[in-house]
Design a protein around this ligand. Structure first.
Ligand code: NAD
Length: 262
């Protein structure tokens, strides 16, 4: 494939997207990279290039040293609070208004899709800007956290409880309602876009394959090859902002041409 065409969807797939009744988008950390939020696994800039995941993003790490984990997340929250959606996030908002139904399943915990204006978003791994009690799991308000004193905010619900980020850590199970919604979208979609994910973290990585098994067309948007690449109907190699913006332009032109009876 030549570079010039590396980011263009084939006509056959464009037609499938045009006619799709239900589109599923699966996004991963690469979707937020251009908003200035580091990915986990990219060798040069990824968060795990500087820290060991098992030291910071596990229930065991929190039990051993809640303060260290809380403050590490506080740094990440600062980054997320100052991040803004990019053209790729906005392109997905447009896509949602151009198809009958779109489910956006995200592994990201930064809320950028919702900030951009996407409506039907399922957060598989929680949201870093929310907190919950580490014992009961009940939600803790941002106001409670802001008013808290001490190294780590205490839980309002139980004496020995702390506040923890409302995210899914390594070794934890995904929220059931989110996983069910994601699987339903994968089984029911006729077009699936996997954007900015290494396709390594389960069960999210299986969703595009599930979509394929149920007859959907699957495209991948990622500058790098992933385990999904050999199975995808097409891989668009490039950054999510450019590729998704181009995709929307292509779909608009396709519809315009069809409207003119071309
Ligand atoms: P990952 O870090 O493992 O992989 C990132 C992927 O994005 C890589 O395949 C990389 O090639 C690709 N990528 C990098 N820049 C890109 C760009 N501009 N456009 C498109 N793709 C690009 O991320 P993952 O597969 O999502 O899995 C790691 C887990 O880490 C996720 O489940 C998520 O919960 C968590 N995480 C979330 C955030 C966030 O919320 N922004 C950030 C880091 C990690």
């Amino acid at each position: 494939m030549s570079n010039a065409n590396a980011q263009l969807l084939t006509h056959a797939l464009l037609q499938q997207l045009d006619e799709a009744r239900h589109v599923m988008v699966l996004s991963g950390a690469g979707m937020s990279a251009e908003s200035g939020i580091p990915t986990f696994r990219d060798a040069q800039t990824g968060i795990w290039a500087k820290f060991r995941a098992e030291d910071l993003a596990t229930p065991e790490a929190f039990a051993a040293n809640p303060g260290r984990v809380w403050h590490w997340y506080e740094d990440r929250r600062e980054t997320v609070r100052s991040a803004r959606p990019h053209g790729g996030h906005h392109a997905l908002v447009q896509l949602e208004s151009m198809v009958p139904s779109l489910s956006l399943i995200t592994q990201n915990v930064d809320g950028l899709h919702q900030l951009a204006g996407s409506k039907n978003v399922t957060e598989l791994h929680g949201n870093i800007l929310r907190s919950r009690c580490h014992v009961t799991g009940r939600a803790i308000s941002a106001q409670w956290i802001a008013d808290s004193t001490g190294d780590v905010p205490r839980s309002p619900y139980i004496g020995h409880g702390f506040a923890r980020p409302d995210v899914v850590w390594f070794g934890e199970t995904l929220p059931r309602h989110a996983l069910e919604a994601a699987m339903e979208a994968a089984v029911g979609c006729d077009f699936c876009i996997s954007a900015g994910t290494t396709s390594l973290v389960q069960p999210a990585a299986s969703l595009p394959l599930l979509a394929l098994e149920h007859g959907a067309a699957v495209i991948e948007i990622n500058p790098m090859e992933t385990p999904l690449s050999p199975h995808a109907n097409q891989c668009l190699r490039g950054p999510a902002s450019e590729v998704l913006s181009t995709l929307i332009q292509q779909l608009k032109s396709w519809r315009q041409d069809a409207g003119q009876g071309a």
